[in-house]
Structure formats: C-alpha cells, structure tokens
Write a protein that binds this ligand. Structure first.
Ligand code: FAD
Ligand code: SIN
Length: 513
C-alpha cells in the first residue's frame, strides 16, 4: 500500500493532532497512528495543562518555575517560547469549546501542582487529557485534508540521500509506505521501557528508536521522570494518582500514619517529583512499611466531585479515595530527553521534525514541571507545523555529540518483561555505576541482535515492541552511566551531587548502525 501526502504526521496525541490541524490548510496530511486513534499518553493526562493565565501569574513567573524544576539544564529560549506562546494556544482550546472547569464567574479554574509557585493548571476534573483529545479529534474529523490511518505502526523512516522522505509501516494485515516530503514524529514517550510505569502500552519509544536508526541526534535520555504517586496494590494496574491531589491538600503518610515529607524536603508534599519519589523510597526503607496518600482530612464530597476518575479507579481496587489511605509508590512517567530539535521542531535529519514527548527541545531540562507537557505538545506541535510549511531544513545538534556504535557481539534476546524488569532495577529511580554497566552490557548485546535481525520491521507486534524497548533502554542506560553526577530525574547514588563543572551540559547520542 502506498499513501502519498504533502505532510506526514506519525502519532495522534496532542502534538500530532495540533500539528495536523495547522498543516491542513497547506496540503494533504496523512496521520499514521499505531493503535486505536484515541490511545495515547495524552488521553490519560489527569492533572491538567499549565499556562500563565491567573491574575497573580505571568510568563516570567512560569519560566522561573520551569527553569527551577529543570535543575540547571533548561534551554532558556525554549522555555520562553513555551511560557510566552502557551496562553495563546490554551485560549484557543477554550474558544474551540474545551470543557475545562470554571470558577463561578466563568473564568477557568486554576489548580495547583508541585513546584508551581501559583495556581496555574487548567483542568477538566481529573481527566484533562481525555477532554483535550476529544476536542482535537472532533476538529480533525471535520477536516477533509486530513487522512487518518489507524492501527498502522510506523517502522522505519525512509531516507534518500540523508533526507527523510516518509516512513514504512505495518498493520495486522499488510505493509505499506507513506511518501511525503515532510515528516513529523509525534510518537510520544517511552515509559513502557520500565517495568513500573504510568504510561499506556503504546508508549514504547518507537519514535526515538526510529530516529536513532536514521542517524538523528538523541539528547538527554538519562533524564527520566519518576512520578511519586502511583497506585501500588498487588494485582491492580499502576494507576496514576495525580499530583493535583496533593495540590488540593492530600498528604503522604508512612505506615504509622505520620506525614513525613517535611523531614526530607522543605517544600514537603509539594516538592519536585524526583525529590518526593526518593524521599518516599527512603521512608519506606526506614520504616519497613509502605507509604500512603491520604485525603481523609478533606471534605469527602469535594474529593469525589473534583477527582471522579481517580475515585473510580480506587473503588475498582476496593478503596475509597476520600476516606481510605491509598498505597502508593513511584513509577516511570515521562522522558525529558528524546530526538533533539531546535525551536521549530527541526531535527538533525533534513525533512524530519519532531514535537511532543518524543522530542527534546530542552524545555524541561533535567526535570519537567508538572503539566508543562500537554502545553509543550500544543505549542511545539503548532510550531513544527509552521516549519514544515517552509520547506526541508535541518536543525543543528546543539548538544555535545557522542557517537554510539553497536557492539559486534549479539546476544539472544530475552522477553519484553525481562528487559523492562532490568531497566526498572538497574536504570530506575536510584542508579549506580555497577548496575548501569551491567544493564548496558546486556542491552548492548540485545540491541545488536534486534538491529541485525531488523526486528523493528517485523510483522510480529511483540518483536517490534521488544526492538523499541531494547534500543531505547540501551540508550537510556548508556547515557545514565556516562553522566557521573545527579541532576533532576537522574540520581546516581555513587555521585549524589551536581557536578556543574563537567556536567552542566546536554549530550546527544548519534547511533551508527
Ligand atoms: P502521545 O499523546 O503519547 O501520543 C503519541 C501517539 O503516537 C499515539 O497516538 C501513539 O499511538 C502514536 N505512536 C507511537 N508509536 C507509533 C508508531 N510506531 N507508529 C504510529 N504511531 C505511533 N502531562 C501534562 O502536561 N499534564 C498532565 O496532567 C499529565 N498527566 C499524565 C498522566 C498520565 C497517566 C501520563 C501517562 C502522562 C501524563 N502527562 C501529563 C504527560 C503527557 O500526557 C504526555 O507527555 C503528552 O500527552 C505527550 O503527548 P504527545 O502528543 O507527545 O504523545
Ligand atoms: C499528574 O496529574 O500528576 C500528572 C501531571 C503531569 O505529568 O504533568
């Protein structure tokens, strides 16, 4: 099957859909999406979308919070774009009919989340992503120039003389190609690389792996954000318990029922995510008991009204969100690194742009501020579309370059579960040289096998999943081994401090296959 288009968008989350809408007036747009069109990280987003829209807020204050969370590595120009253009694109969503919660006077209600100095998170109860996806899909389905191809997994970017000309894909029944002079990668994150994750099954990092195989610069992959509060019950899915719960007053308590965060961090329950996650692990180790979230001191009617989706998930697990203590533990949530881009999404490969979680604009630095990701998809999705209408240009690799060669030694591949388990134990919340080195050795051998066997293009979905998880896991573990300091989401027990002299910088991997 051959599909010809003026613009190809791979992925149907917030970044891909916003870009597709911006591209439609300029030509035929093909949107390729791996599963059911609504399946994306976007659809699961809970807390909301941050934008400086309150009377006590400003883009400057939003920038300040974003840069503080990014722990020394935010690219300031990217932050200025995000916070400066963000309110325009969020107002546009409101004009299009986004059913965000409102104050009695009609203004958008603003929620609070960790490391934000003011209330600035617009939300639709606790299912903000579902509402945004509904809205974008309703517009896409009314736009004749956009053709959506669902249940189609992009497998390899097609390069002609180093220029991206489209992509090959597989469906359950056939294979095909989309030929287009401009391709946007909007394939989202890679949480599934880890055993414990908030991300849905689609988030296997396919876009990062594809771009790496095409020779694009992949920056900052060691920076993975682990969300502290995920439902932790034997047999229950790892359901996210939004940070907005703590924004509204929920407390973390230990097994004896004592709040403990202030003992570890001055900002207490609303400290940055990496700090909260590690404090929880330390408290659980200290007490030998699990850690819980409690909302029992809040008005139960308010809790159930404000957080209906989370309350329903807890009820499914036999817990009452308003009155029971809820067992929680951290899980991989968001990848700050990805395909390196400039401020218009241009990658180091001509004809290939990237936006959303798959991209690394540098806007999040070493750690993302809560609710900045939906905003990033919106703002940089639209900007990537603008670049695409201006022709084929490459961005530059702004980071220090590191060449990665595939080991000659191939090793028989394990199961997807074994890889994810290894990543969780060896490249998770607390990392050390020895464990990372062991992971890199195993993953390098497996990466060699999946690349030599062209498993990324296999007709078998499990083989494709394994190919992405191994490739991205290998790059994450390698980057984490290289960075001999701790910063943001990357914590090395053997190098627990910042090392600004050597490491206040970005590093981009360039894979040679
Ligand atoms: P996604 O929304 O993940 O979309 C990626 C798309 O690419 C999907 O359609 C997928 O099917 C497709 N795709 C992937 N691989 C392929 C392939 N090989 N071929 C074809 N298609 C492919 N952020 C916030 O700002 N606020 C929040 O409140 C918030 N809450 C969150 C809650 C949860 C549980 C999770 C998991 C994340 C949350 N985040 C939140 C993060 C945020 O949702 C994501 O970072 C953001 O939605 C990413 O958008 P995206 O468009 O880049 O990718
Ligand atoms: C949450 O609701 O806690 C997730 C918000 C985010 O990841 O930005």
């Amino acid at each position: 099957m051959l599909i010809e288009a003026d613009f190809l968008v791979i992925g149907s989350g917030i970044a891909g859909l916003r870009a597709a809408l911006a591209l439609a007036p300029f030509g035929r747009v093909a949107v390729l999406t791996k599963a059911d069109p609504s399946e994306s990280n976007t659809g699961y987003a809970q807390g909301g979308i941050a934008a400086a829209m309150g009377d006590d807020d400003s883009p400057e204050l939003h920038a300040q919070d974003t840069i503080a969370a990014g722990d020394g590595l935010c690219v300031p120009e990217a932050v200025d774009v995000l916070v400066g253009e963000g309110p325009y694109y969020v107002r546009e969503l409101l004009e299009w009919g986004a059913a965000f919660d409102r104050e009695p006077d009609g203004r958008p209600a603003l929620g609070r989340e960790a490391a934000h100095s003011v209330r600035r998170v617009l939300h639709a109860r606790d299912a903000t992503g579902r509402e945004i996806a509904r809205l974008l899909w309703s517009r896409v389905s009314q736009t004749a120039a956009i053709q959506v191809v669902d249940d189609a997994s992009a497998t390899e970017l097609m390069l002609d003389d180093g220029i991206c000309r489209g992509v090959s894909f597989v469906t359950a029944h056939t294979t095909g190609t989309v030929a287009a002079p401009q391709t946007l990668l909007a394939t989202g994150g890679a949480g599934q690389v880890f055993r414990e994750t908030t991300n849905p099954a689609i988030a296997t990092g396919d876009g990062i792996a594809m771009a790496a195989r095409a020779g694009a610069c992949i920056a900052d992959l060691e920076f993975v954000q682990f969300h502290p509060t995920v439902l932790s019950m034997e047999g229950s899915p790892r359901f996210l318990l939004s940070e907005a719960l703590r924004g509204e007053g929920a407390r973390l308590i230990n097994g004896a029922g004592e709040p403990f965060m202030e003992r570890y961090e001055p900002a207490g329950d609303l400290a940055a995510r990496d700090l909260v996650a590690r404090a929880m692990v330390r408290e659980a180790e200290r007490t030998g008991a699990p850690v819980y979230l409690t909302l029992a001191h809040l008005d139960p009617d308010f809790v159930r009204r404000r957080f209906p989706t989370i309350a329903a998930a807890c009820a499914h697990a036999g817990l009452d969100l308003a009155t029971d203590r809820i067992p929680v533990s951290p899980a991989a949530h968001y990848v700050m690194g990805g395909v390196e881009t400039d401020l218009y999404g241009r990658t180091s490969v001509p004809g290939l742009v990237a936006a959303g979680e798959v991209a690394c604009t540098g806007v999040h630095g070493a750690n993302r501020l809560a609710s900045n990701s939906l905003l990033e998809g919106l703002v940089f999705g639209a900007r990537a579309a603008e670049a695409m209408t201006h022709g084929v240009l490459a961005g530059t690799c702004r980071s220090d370059r590191h060449d990665v060669r595939v080991p000659a030694r191939e090793a028989p591949c394990p199961s997807v579960h074994e890889v994810r388990d290894l990543m969780w134990r060896h490249a998770g919340l607390v990392r050390t040289h020895d464990r990372l080195e062991e992971a890199v050795t195993h993953l390098g051998g497996w990466a060699s096998t999946v690349l030599a066997g062209r498993m990324a293009s296999s007709a078998d979905p499990e083989a494709r999943r394994l190919a992405s998880i191994v490739t991205v896991g290998w790059l994450i573990a390698g980057a984490a081994l290289r960075r001999t300091e701790s910063r943001g989401g990357h914590f090395r027990a053997d190098f627990p401090s910042h090392d600004d002299l050597h490491w206040k910088k970005h590093v981009a991997d360039r894979l040679h296959v």
